[in-house]
Design a protein around this ligand. Structure first.
Ligand code: FE
Length: 304
C-alpha cells in the first residue's frame, strides 16, 4: 500500500481564456480535454491523462489528487483516514473525467484530497519505444511535470500528521519555533518518494493554496523560464533564486487569476532514513530564499 505521487492539482481561475494562454502557451502544457468551464492539461513527460485542471470561476485550490499504487489500497486508506478523524467519502469512476474510483478526504486544514488508483494513460510525448530526450516542438517553458503543492493550515502539525500517519509520507524538513521538543511546527516539507517534497504545509489561514510547482531539469531551465515570463508579461513574485530548504532552484510567479505557481529544479534525493532537517525562525528567510535572506510581504501574505 503506497501513495505514488501528486497526480493532479485542480484550481479555480477567474478567466479560462487567460488561464489557457498561461498554462498552455507560456507553461507549454498539453491540453488533453475540455468541457464547458473546465480545461485539462498534462506535462510532456507525464503519461496519465491530466495533471492540471482549470475550473472557471473564482480563484484557489479545488482539490489535490494523489495516485495510489492499486485499487486494493483504497479500503486501507479510507479506514485510516476515518480513524484519524477526517470526513471521508467514496468517489466513483468518472466523477473526474478519465479518473478511477477513489477516496475523498477532507484534510485537517479543510482542503480536499482525492486518492485514486488509475487514470487513462495517454503516454508521454516521447513515448516508450526508443524515445528522444524531449519533444522537438515544445511550447514556452515546456514543463515536463507537476511536482508539489504548498498549502496553509492553522495547525501545520495536524496536517503533517495526516500525511505521515494515514498516507505513510515522511518529513524531510521542518521550520520549528525552537529546537525544544515542545516547539511549534510552523512549516513542514513532506514526501512519499525520493523528491524533497510532494506536499508542504505552512502556518497560515486554514485551507489556502500558497503555490503549486512544476519541475524543471536544472538552473539553466529556470533562467530560461524567467526569460519567457518576461516575454509574456507573467508577474514574477520571487526569483530566479535558490531555496535553503530542499536546496532547489526556483521562480515564483502568478497565473492570470492570481494563483501562485513555481518552477522548481534540483533538490536532494529524499530517503526515509535521512535525518529530518530543522530550521529555526531566525534563519527562516535564508531557508526560503538562500541568497536574499529576506521574505517580501507578498510572498507571505498572498494566498488563494
Ligand atoms: Fe515549492
Amino acid at each position: 500500500m503506497s501513495v505514488l505521487r501528486l497526480g493532479y492539482v485542480h484550481v479555480r481561475v477567474t478567466d479560462l481564456e487567460q488561464a489557457k494562454r498561461h498554462y498552455g502557451y507560456t507553461m507549454g502544457l498539453y491540453p488533453t480535454y475540455e468541457e464547458p468551464g473546465r480545461m485539462f492539461y498534462k506535462g510532456w513527460d507525464e503519461w496519465d491523462h491530466h495533471s492540471v485542471v482549470l475550473e472557471e470561476g473564482g480563484v484557489g485550490l479545488v482539490k489535490l489528487g494523489y495516485k495510489v499504487s492499486s485499487a486494493d489500497d483504497l479500503d486501507g486508506y479510507e479506514k485510516r483516514a476515518e480513524q484519524f478523524g477526517c470526513t471521508v467519502s467514496r468517489m466513483s469512476a468518472g466523477d473526474n473525467p478519465e479518473v478511477s474510483d477513489g477516496v475523498r478526504v477532507v484534510l485537517p486544514n479543510t482542503q480536499t484530497l482525492e486518492l485514486y488508483h488509475d487514470m487513462t494513460v495517454i503516454g508521454t510525448e516521447v513515448g516508450t519505444h526508443n524515445p528522444e530526450c524531449f519533444p522537438r516542438h515544445l511550447v514556452g517553458v515546456g514543463a515536463p511535470r507537476i511536482d508539489h503543492a504548498l498549502i496553509t493550515a492553522d495547525d501545520p502539525a495536524a496536517t503533517e500528521r495526516f500525511f505521515t500517519d494515514v498516507l505513510d509520507f515522511f518529513v524531510t524538513e521542518r521550520v520549528r519555533t525552537s529546537l525544544d521538543d515542545d516547539a511549534e511546527t510552523i512549516a513542514s516539507w513532506i514526501t512519499t518518494g525520493n523528491s524533497a517534497h510532494d506536499i508542504a504545509v505552512l502556518k497560515g489561514p486554514e485551507g489556502k493554496l500558497h503555490h503549486f510547482a512544476f519541475e524543471l531539469k536544472d538552473w539553466n531551465e529556470i533562467l530560461r523560464a524567467g526569460d519567457l515570463f518576461a516575454m509574456d508579461d507573467v508577474p514574477i513574485d520571487v526569483g530566479p533564486t535558490r531555496h535553503g530548504i530542499t536546496r532547489g532552484t526556483t521562480i515564483y510567479f502568478f497565473d492570470p487569476a492570481g494563483n501562485r505557481n513555481e518552477v522548481f529544479a534540483g533538490g536532494y534525493v529524499a530517503m526515509r532514513d535521512r535525518p529530518c532537517i530543522t530550521w529555526t525562525p531566525e534563519q527562516l528567510a535564508k531557508g526560503i530564499f538562500y541568497h536574499a535572506r529576506e521574505l517580501n510581504d507578498r510572498f507571505t501574505s498572498v494566498l488563494t
